[in-house]
Write a protein that binds this ligand. Structure first.
Ligand code: ADP
Ligand code: GN1
Ligand code: MG
Length: 368
């Protein structure tokens, strides 16, 4: 494999010496490697190489052109604001031939990015200042892209956050029972089916024209933002595969789902899992510091509901994948997707109970 990785890496950079490629990160979708090179003057540096999961992303070429468009657009704005365009936005390293990706002889798609050094992605909140900074950074990301030509974006995964369609996919997985697991998860299925009407809560607002479509990231987990090791600032939003049109609350909601939980996404002790209202407030404060300038009343109202719906949706996606035989999300142990589903459903119940408090917090920070 190292040989393969070496020859793949050389498709992007062949002027410097390849030293090694190490598996990297904890994403559920792509295969990620930190690739180390040495320049002729002895300087050692890393790049980030990824195999794009083309089962998940049907059109990697369109996906890469989305990322190219968005990163170039962001870099222009960052430069105008005298920022550091290499550290504050992803940078694609093209192939030697100038293409945004490389397709190998097996048909796999590969890409390379500049490695953002002296910055870290976290699996859980280190401290509340980080989470505030993340809220601010995701709000800023939406603001920077608010005048991006939305029609130029391809839907890299159609209906990604259409929770009604996600619900239908769950029903189909139950019907097909591919992995023979339906009888193992009847309580989880009942939990989801009881909430069928909730699935439309956000998508209906968009469909009825009550909320605008915006350019959104759609996968705003804490581990998709890089925190500067020195300043603690959330410097760069990464994992841009799902940048598409969506509702502002998708980004707000997904950040809360992951970062304001008191436990990991795959915690097996459900007694540890709940929504931390204090962290909810911290993120909301950071996000609204930027976003209250451009969000409409309905969008503000949708934020807390979006947190619940993103969590419900993620739970039904994990359950669907479990029923389908674990074909979508990477798993690292048996029943991993079911464990993930449990934490999400536990959070949904908690958010249902705390909804009014969540709404009050949003209200507090949009009037300040
Ligand atoms: P996935 O889609 O599988 O989640 P990501 O694009 O999020 O893959 O990458 C996985 C991990 O690799 C991230 O969580 C982050 O730690 C690291 N990473 C991604 N891009 C960069 C980059 N440009 N510089 C440094 N680290 C990165
Ligand atoms: C996946 O790629 P990653 O690990 O950042 C998934 C998200 C889920 C998340 C759950 C393209 O995110 O939608 O919310 O796992 N990404 C895709 O942890 O499906
Ligand atoms: Mg990721």
């Amino acid at each position: 494999m190292t040989n393969d990785l070496q020859s793949l890496a050389k498709q992007f950079i062949n002027t410097d010496l390849f030293l090694k490629a190490d598996p990297y990160g904890e994403g559920h979708i792509n295969d990620t490697y930190a690739v180390t090179f040495q320049k002729s003057d002895g300087t050692v540096y890393r790049t980030l190489m990824q195999r794009i999961n083309h089962t998940v992303f049907a059109d990697p070429a369109a996906l890469m052109s989305n990322i190219h468009g968005v990163t170039e657009f962001l870099k222009n704005k960052i430069c105008v604001a005298h920022g550091d365009a290499i550290r504050e936005s992803m940078t694609i390293i093209p192939t030697q031939g100038g293409s945004l990706f490389y397709q190998d002889e097996k048909g796999e798609y590969w890409r390379m990015y500049i490695f953002i050094e002296n910055a870290t992605t976290y699996q859980s909140c280190r401290n509340e200042q980080d989470f505030y900074n993340c809220g601010f950074a995701f709000g800023k990301f939406q603001r920077l892209l608010s005048d991006y030509p939305i029609a130029e974006l391809t839907e890299s995964i159609p209906d990604f956050h259409n929770t009604v369609k996600r619900f239908a996919a769950l029903q189909e997985a139950i019907r097909q029972n591919k992995a023979g697991r339906v009888s193992l998860v009847q309580p989880e299925i009942d939990f989801a089916l009881k909430r069928e009407k909730d699935a439309g809560e956000i998508i209906d607002l968009l469909n009825k024209g009550m909320m605008p479509y915006r350019v959104t990231h759609n996968d705003t987990k804490l581990n998709n933002i890089m925190i500067d090791d020195t300043t603690g600032e959330a410097i760069c939003v990464i994992d841009l595969d799902t940048v598409m049109q969506g509702a502002a609350c998708y980004d707000f909601g997904d950040s809360i789902r992951f970062g304001a939980s008191t436990a990991a996404e795959d915690e097996t002790d459900l007694g540890k899992v709940s929504l931390d209202l204090h962290l909810f407030g911290v993120f909301t404060k950071g996000y609204l510091k930027v976003a209250k300038e451009f969000l409409t009343e309905t969008e503000l109202y949708s934020l807390a509901i979006g947190a619940k719906i993103m969590t419900f949706e993620c739970g039904i996606r994990f359950l669907t994948d479990y029923l389908n035989g674990d074909t979508y999300f990477k798993i690292h142990r048996e029943h991993h997707n079911l464990d993930r589903c449990h934490t999400q459903f536990k959070l949904v119940v908690d958010m249902e109970q705390k909804m009014q408090q969540m709404q009050d917090i949003v209200h507090r920070y949009c009037t300040k």
